[in-house]
Design a binder for this molecule. Structure first.
Ligand code: SF4
Ligand code: SF4
Length: 167
């Protein structure tokens, strides 16, 4: 009886074990595999992260064909948080790509505007447009890569011609 009384008293003064979800967000468990963060300043644009990503959640778009400049775009709603891109990145030790312990807010509840998430997500104001915009980006990125490949091919041909002429 005394034991029961002590136990009840302890429960009365201790913090509740339950969560106030959905009024308060539930905390992420330890070692939670969350949203991928990117640091453009450290990127060498090797495309390894894009090539290894199983669902295609990373897309580089060539934004300057002459200089071959690319822009990183990440879709956290397509991402399966496997961490393969971070493992493949040759600059991840320096923090170019890292897996945070933060979960991505549910689409439609909160628009994510985090500088580290890449350009695409920072541009979208309306979550309803998200899928459509990503589809457009995929097409644009593919086309820009084809244009870059063609540009490089033409450059190589020009060089060959110049060498031929000078000989
Ligand atoms: S964590 Fe996996 S799914 Fe997400 S971007 Fe990286 S490779 Fe792609
Ligand atoms: S693997 Fe790393 S360095 Fe290479 S393109 Fe991706 S983020 Fe940049």
């Amino acid at each position: 009886m005394l034991k029961m009384f002590i136990e009840s008293f302890k429960n009365l003064i201790s913090k509740p074990q339950t969560l106030k979800y959905p009024f308060e967000p539930s905390p992420e468990p330890k070692n939670y595999r969350g949203t991928i963060f990117y640091n453009e300043e450290l990127c060498i644009f090797c495309d390894k992260c894009e090539n290894i990503c199983p669902p295609g959640a990373i897309k580089f778009e060539v934004i300057d064909i002459e200089n071959g400049k690319k822009q990183y775009n990440y879709n956290p709603y397509l991402c399966i948080y496997c961490g393969a891109c971070v493992d493949a990145c040759p600059k991840s030790d320096e923090g170019c790509l890292s897996q945070s312990d933060k979960r991505t807010p549910a689409l439609g509840r909160e628009v994510v505007k985090n500088k580290k998430l890449g350009y695409f997500i920072n541009k979208i104001d309306n979550p309803r447009d998200f899928e459509k915009e990503w589809e457009k980006l995929e097409k644009r990125a593919k086309l820009s890569r084809e244009k870059l490949a063609e540009h490089k091919k033409q450059q190589r041909l020009k060089k060959k011609e110049q060498i031929k002429k000078s000989n």
